[in-house]
Write a protein that binds this ligand. Sequence first.
Ligand SMILES: [Zn+2]
Length: 265
Amino acid sequence: MNKHILIFGLFILALMFSGCKGSKPGGGFNLFTTQQDAELGLQVKNEIESNPSQFPILSESKNKEAYNIIRAMTNEILNSGNIHHRKDFAWEVKIIDDDKTLNAFCTPGGYIYVYTGLIKYLDKEDQLAGVMGHEIAHADQRHSTRQMTKMYGISVLLSALAGNQEQLATITAGLINLKFSRGHETEADNYSVHYLSRTRFNCAGAAGFFEKIQSQGGGSPPQFLSTHPNPANRVENIRAKAAEKGCRMNDISNQSRYQKLKNLL
Ligand SMILES: [Zn+2]
């Protein structure tokens, strides 16, 4: 995928410009520093937003109300008190005006992108909050840079940075298949529950998203699942995590704000 190649190019660029200092956050060694996640994310954001044919960002000036709603939602999650890098990362939210794409993603450093296709597909604020929590977790837990460190190893990354073109090419080719590991997916699902447990949203909202997909029966699976490997029993895992935490598992009763958001797009 072009996006992967692009993002990988930026990873390497970020490494070249910012050098390599090791850091060791919980849950896996990471060659990159938190600051490098932030710098890398900013470069990716700039690249995305200078490519409107692939990423048509919904105009903010013409869609203030829609942006107000999506940001209010996101801020409820970000201000849950459970975001580890709340103050380190940008945590910006943009809507991508593409009804055909059922997806959302978050770059390292907290630049969040939600497609109109996903917003329109879902029925409830809780479902979208669950997906947002999941995406926020990928950035907050620094999964991209942990994955890069694990995939290529420090010696290869350092060698590539030192100008080994052959290794650089190998890494670039491998990036086409770069996906979050199953472990990182489960971790992001679990953190979605953790974040939402201190909001008014159903803390198992992400399970609602997968249930919605299942209820649709056949057809082609949403793009979210092609960029996110879909381990079996995800709904069960999310519900079990929510039960373990004892957080509220009912959808919020008034969904009028979500309907309003959908109507605005
Ligand atoms: Zn994911």
